[in-house]
Design a protein around this ligand. Structure first.
Ligand code: 2AM
Length: 176
């Protein structure tokens, strides 16, 4: 099973993310994330055998999920041949970094191979994006937006009727 641990967003935040996607859509073409797939990855587990899912749930149970005050305040891209990956980034957030670090360390301690590269919190908006022409100065994010989050989810990445789908397997949350 291809698994990852993520933060999912409420409908209002998804609307805000879709608005940003739509600004980007006007500037070029690409493979846009489906609205229901918009998420922030905290830890990518990759292929995991089904017998180990319970272990992951136990690790998640050990985490005290804080209330996270999340601010989306910049848009950027990772350059790729054949089209860039465009994402929306989060403002610096110590609480989120601490949560991600704790989660990754606990998973690693139990033998899950979580990459040790620095965490750059983002939500992928679109992949394989090619802009129409020189669009460097276009402001894709008109204004920052905010949300509070108190839940992390274990997500399964799979295909349903050929569509990439993320299905929640387990979650832990705190009181807001
Ligand atoms: P991305 O949005 O930056 O591509 C499901 O595939 C989620 O796991 C996506 O959010 C994706 O991040 C992330 N992901 C996919 N492959 C990954 C990898 N090898 N390392 C870290 N994260 C990965």
């Amino acid at each position: 099973m291809r698994l990852f641990i993520a933060i999912n967003f409420d409908e209002n935040t998804k609307e805000n993310l879709i608005t940003v996607q739509n600004h980007l859509r006007k500037l070029g073409r690409g493979n846009f994330s489906r609205p229901e797939n918009l998420h922030l990855t905290l830890a990518f587990l990759g292929e995991v055998s089904p017998e180990r899912v319970a272990e992951i749930c136990r690790i998640m149970d050990q985490i005290t999920v804080p209330v996270l005050h999340i601010s989306f305040d910049h848009v950027g891209r990772f350059k790729r041949d054949g089209g860039d990956i465009w994402w929306i980034g989060l403002a610096k957030n110590k609480t989120l970094l601490t949560l991600q670090k704790e989660l990754a360390e606990r998973l690693r301690a139990e033998g899950f191979p979580i990459e040790n590269r620095s965490f750059s919190p983002h939500v992928t908006l679109a992949r394989r994006v090619v802009l129409n022409e020189k669009q460097e100065n276009i402001k894709i994010l008109k204004e920052p937006f905010y949300t509070d989050v108190n839940k992390i989810s274990l997500m399964l990445s799979h295909r349903i009727d050929g569509k990439l789908t993320y299905t929640e397997q387990y979650s832990v949350q705190s009181e807001i």
